[in-house]
Design a protein around this ligand. Structure first.
Ligand SMILES: [Fe+2]
Length: 391
């Protein structure tokens, strides 16, 4: 069935090649500026990846005029303000972010203050508050998960008020996403598995969500196929460039799909679990994904049945309902295989969530913005038994 209305906007140029970070001249010539400020973190820097980008800039006739490496595990409000001051005084004409979701989101928020000025919370809270394009932002992802390199949102943690603030704005979509699998080979197995499951959750929730539309479906299905085929290999053998490349592409495709179709109750539960018990986002998504698919089952049976074959399951001769169950089984087989590699936990009890905290997670999922897009109404009482089974 076709939706009555949808829109699709994805202005970020994507380049993919192993080693392309060292050969960016054609792309940077198009952007047309020379002075870049690099935003990253110390782990990425210690791995030599910031230097790799600096060398790539130099080879392209550009210059790294400054860098900020203090981005924390969560993108933090204080970092945004401090970093923006440094970017402004550096003489930079644009930003390159090198890292995972926190680094990229920090850079997006920094670019607002760098390009337009003002105070992030006071002047830009709410959605789509910007009225002009920002300065060039090039993203080099070092994880394959968040898809932030192509999304329109920056999520920033306000330490003082202990809340995550979302800044959705089409002008936050980066100019260029540089997908270089060599930049992800040193990602440890646990991070590879968790970030990859985050990408899978984006794609599945975008595909079954109420805002799913034909164009975002294509990106979701393409991402799911690649992740089911390559995530285990990328986790098992980090040096496998084909698997690393496939996961980078898949995470970006999943990012394009969910930036249009949004996420649902799995992300709602994961956000609550992350806020309450500091469980990493990808780990929480991996634990909740099959249970979220079960919670929504009646509303999405037909879509799940289509997913099963994309996930590589043989559904010939099966009823729609049985085929749909195969999609959930396929996710469980994948997470079990990652668990066997000691790269992923499968239960809330294994990641520090107390049993008496489960009701709070259900309540948190209801209050999360994603509940609006879930195919089944998020009712904490009805969701709780599924969360209990994930314990
Ligand atoms: Fe996510």
């Amino acid at each position: 069935m076709l939706p009555d209305f949808f829109e699709f906007y994805s202005p970020t140029k994507i380049v993919y090649e192993a080693g392309v970070v060292s050969d960016l001249k054609p792309e940077l010539d198009i952007i047309g500026i020379q002075k870049y400020f690099v935003i990253s973190d110390h782990i990425i820097d210690d791995l030599g990846l910031v230097q790799k980008v600096a060398d790539g800039l130099e080879a392209a006739g550009c210059e790294m005029v400054g860098k900020y490496l203090d981005v924390a595990q969560d993108a933090r409000l204080n970092d945004v303000q401090t970093c923006a001051e440094k970017v402004k005084s550096s003489g930079a004409e644009g930003i390159i972010s090198v890292g995972g979701g926190s680094v990229i989101d920090t850079a997006k928020a920094v670019n607002i203050l760098f390009s337009v000025g003002g105070d992030l919370v006071e002047d830009y809270s709410g959605a789509h508050t910007l009225t002009q394009p920002l300065k060039p932002h090039v993203v080099v992802p070092t994880t394959a998960g968040t898809g932030s390199e192509v999304t329109f949102v920056a999520v920033i943690y306000d330490e003082e008020n202990k809340e995550k603030l979302a800044f959705p704005d089409k002008f936050l979509m980066p100019n260029l996403a540089v997908l270089d699998p060599e930049m992800t080979v040193s990602l440890p197995p646990k991070m590879t598995a968790a970030t990859g499951m985050d990408a899978l959750t984006h794609a599945v929730e975008a595909y079954v969500g109420i805002q799913a539309a034909p164009i975002s479906d294509v990106f979701a299905l393409g991402a799911i196929e690649l992740i089911m085929k390559y995530l285990k290999t990328a986790t098992e053998d980090g040096q496998d460039i084909e698997a690393r490349g496939a996961m980078l592409i898949a995470a970006t495709m999943a990012g394009i799909s969910f930036t249009h179709s949004m996420c649902g109750c799995v992300h709602g539960m994961a956000h609550a679990t992350g806020a309450l018990y500091r469980v990493p986002h990808g780990v929480a998504n991996a634990i909740f994904l099959p249970f979220g698919m079960e919670y929504n089952f009646e509303e999405i049976t037909e879509r799940l049945a289509r997913l099963a074959s994309v996930m590589g399951e043989d559904v010939s001769g099966l009823s729609e309902e049985d085929a749909a169950k195969k999609a959930i089984e396929a996710v469980r087989k994948l997470t079990a295989s990652l668990n066997k590699l000691d790269a992923l936990s499968l239960r809330l009890s294994e990641v520090g969530v107390p049993e008496d905290g489960l009701a709070d997670i259900a309540e948190g999922a209801l209050n999360d913005g994603t509940s609006f897009y879930n195919p089944r109404e998020v009712d904490p009482d009805e969701l709780l038994p599924f969360i209990q089974r994930a314990f």
